[in-house]
Design a binder for this molecule. Structure first.
Ligand code: AIR
Length: 171
């Protein structure tokens, strides 16, 4: 990325990075400059505080926090910054991501986190939501969001024959 990042994606472990691929791809598609870091709110709490202050000073406008298990990273990010925080709960353990979802979504009043779906759908939607938030003050991005919506709306298929779809015969 050549321009200064406006979205900072932070995840709790290197093991989270593969599922975040969709987030980075969507940010790229919108032409949003982003940076990614691995900082655990539990394992590296001091580093997280330093990072958020530095990122804000460099012009980051919005944070995405992604973690599994007891996923406190988005909430701690929201405690450290007044900028919008989107939280992505990840499926990383015995509870199938429900543990992370509850950890991300059940924030106390006054410390908001915009929680998205568990896993890769949420990772992609974190980027789409970031684009919509940033588009409020960015005409180029607003046009890109509308272009995506139009493209997606063009995907409707009328009169499909479900019997010709592979893998549906035994359901
Ligand atoms: N995690 C790391 N620190 C705090 C939390 N909640 C999460 C990571 C990852 C999971 O714990 O976000 O989803 C397992 O991390 P690891 O490093 O053991 O693979």
């Amino acid at each position: 990325m050549t321009s200064s990042p406006v979205v900072a994606v932070v995840c709790g472990s290197r093991s989270d990075l593969p599922v975040l691929r969709g987030c980075f791809d969507v940010l790229d598609r919108y032409g949003i400059a982003w940076e990614a870091s691995v900082i655990s709110a539990h394992r590296q709490p001091d580093a997280l505080g330093h990072y958020v202050r530095d990122a804000e000073a460099r012009g980051v406008l919005l944070f995405v926090g992604a973690a599994g298990l007891a996923a406190h990273l988005p909430g701690v990010l929201a405690s450290l910054t007044a900028r919008p925080v989107i939280g992505v709960p990840l499926d990383g353990g015995a509870l199938g991501g429900a543990d992370a979802l509850y950890s991300v979504v059940q924030m106390p009043p006054g410390v908001p986190v915009a929680a998205v779906a568990i896993g890769s759908a949420g990772a992609k939607n974190a980027a789409h939501l970031a684009a919509r938030i940033l588009a409020l003050s960015d005409a180029r991005l607003a046009a890109a969001v509308e272009a995506f919506r139009a493209e997606q709306a063009g995907g409707a298929e009328l009169g499909v024959d479900p019997r010709s779809e592979p893998g549906t015969a035994d359901r």
